[in-house]
Design a protein around this ligand. Sequence first.
Ligand code: HMG
Ligand code: MG
Length: 300
Amino acid sequence: MSQPKVKITEVGPRDGLQNEPGRLSVATKVSLVQQLQASGLTHIEVGSFVNPARVVQMADSDEVIRQLLRHDLSQQDIYSALVPNLKGYERAIDCGIKEIAVFASASEGFSQHNIQCSVDESIARFIPVMSRARQDGMRVRGYVSCVFGCPYEGLVTPEQVRYVTEKLLELGCYEISLGDTIGVGTQTQVAALLGHLQRYVSADKLAVHFHDTYGQALVNIAEALQLGIRSIDASVAGLGGCPYADGASGNVATEDLVYMLEGMGYATGIHLESLCQAGAFICKALGRANGSKVAQAMLS
Ligand code: HMG
Ligand code: MG
């Protein structure tokens, strides 16, 4: 019998590096992505076309993607990048990317701080982006941020999350990644949110994106798997955080996720040791500790 599969979206080069204080060269970012690919990852968010004055770490995403595609155009389908508006969309098209991700918040406070507009305004801003994407055959993924808690407003309800999830699906996103941006959710909240959403949206349209601030990410992922979710975001070496959510730590480490999934009998297609080496490479370049327990054990 073949093993069940899980889609892993590696977000380290974007969600991870956008919040690392260390500055990296384009060559180092390109090398990281190539090492991640070589380990077997098939969905990698490689950059962000937001206002470079706001997230300076992503200012060179255009060049990173150009170099990756110049090196091997056949790998085009692996890459995606974050886009907040039409200007970002033009940059994505110009450098040849085939998949973008748009992002809206479940809470008003985070929306205002992160993208300087209300939730409804952000959704309206995506209408022209989605219409261009349809014309160009661009795949679009959607993120909903702050699905359990907001750094400015506290608790977020499942109804708030459903509102934005349904809007993004109606606009044409093929999948919605549910982001615990500040990493505060617990297993009980995961069950409540997914139980609520799945009355309206099928599990194959949902992904989970857990930051590990309070050490709950793997438990929360195990609960999501139990509830039929098969698409999970992770960040190599547990890189990152969120520039507009003080104290938020990185996503669940991809190495830890792969170890858990393989142990549970899921096929990931990822060579764990190569992935650990990629994580060690980027931690050395950043001069930071490795946030993956599995990498710490395997590389010791
Ligand atoms: P704004 O300031 O309202 O934009 O920002 P604006 O239209 O007033 O323009 C201001 C300046 O930015 C102008 O330049 C624009 O040209 C420029 P100026 O005339 O002053 O020289 N500009 C751009 N330049 C390049 N590319 C662009 C672009 N857009 C405007 N795309 C905007 C609105 C949304 C752009 C801004 O607030 C922004 O970029 N925010 C980004 C915030 C961000 O990246 N946050 C982190 C990602 S979200 C996240 O991490 C959560 C997630 O992981 C899920 C989870 O964890 O839950 C996805
Ligand atoms: Mg995130």
